[in-house]
Design a protein around this ligand. Sequence first.
Ligand code: KG4
Ligand code: ZN
Length: 342
Amino acid sequence: MLLPEEDVTLLSIETSCDETAAAIVKNGREIISSVVFTQIPLHKVYGGVVPEIASRSHVEKIGPVVKEALNRAGMTVRDVDGIAVTAGPGLVGALLVGLSYAKGLAFAASKPLIPVHHIEGHIAANYIAHQELKPPFICLVASGGHSHVVLVDDYCKFTVLGKTRDDAAGEAFDKVARVLGLPYPGGPALEALAKEGDPSAFAFHSAFNAGEHYDFSFSGLKTAAINILHNAEQKRETVNKADLAASFQHAVCELLSTKAVRAAKQYGCNMVALAGGVAANGTLRAALENSAKEEGIEFLCPPISLCTDNAAMIGSAGYYRMVAGQIGTLAQNAYPSMQLGG
Ligand code: KG4
Ligand code: ZN
């Protein structure tokens, strides 16, 4: 892709789930400012994201968060070259808050609107973290809603080589964590507990995941973990929860990293990147790094602040969409099940 010589600065907005975020990003690579308001404390008491509460909180916070991002950059909306916004996938009510706000701003300030796919944003977080990174590369995307092995052919061209057939990796972490009595969001809590456990204490097998394809199934692993706990309870035995957490985490991370590295080898890519909320997991980062190293493949990963939901990643992906001439209109809708690969 031919990149423009002049600077392009975008205001970007992300409200697909439980973070209200805005950022100012220059040329898709440089964060001028980034503000993230997390709703986690609001949803914690319910043990998961409550969509209606998420939408209402986005409505309250979107104005102040966008204002703060502009203030920290010393800019007004007149100073940016466009407004990038997550258009899907995600919770429809939550998406609509950010999208409607972005459309209003774009109309009022006569700026182009750039709709962005949330997962494309997660992948683009790697462009901010690794200034020299250029496609093609393989990206393992593991978040609360998605688990994809993606061949990033070009900045705006993606081939999904495999994905989960049931639960996403983050979803499986959250559900097992809940049964272990850990608070929402379960992923980080399970990781903390797993630090005290033995990852080889329990073995998890899956005939489906052993296949040569790049699809995943986490539902079976999740059920196996939950059954270990329930069976022990029925026999009035105790299970070492830290061991169970460590073993489950180990199984999920090995599975994800093995498939991603095999894809890199098969498609002749010498780089494999990690993205999405679960990319914050230290065991997954280490597993993918080690598997990649064994095959002489370079491993890339954004810092943790760019792995979980944020708007800077949307500003990066939006830059490449804008440069490719893919500008939206004020008729743009939100798509809760938007597919990656356009
Ligand atoms: O990408 P993200 O912030 O939101 C979605 O787009 O879904 O991902 C959130 C998911 C949650 O399931 C959360 O439990 C998981 O990422 N997560 C983790 C860790 N930090 C966040 N999973 C495992 N270990 C972590 N350290
Ligand atoms: Zn996400």
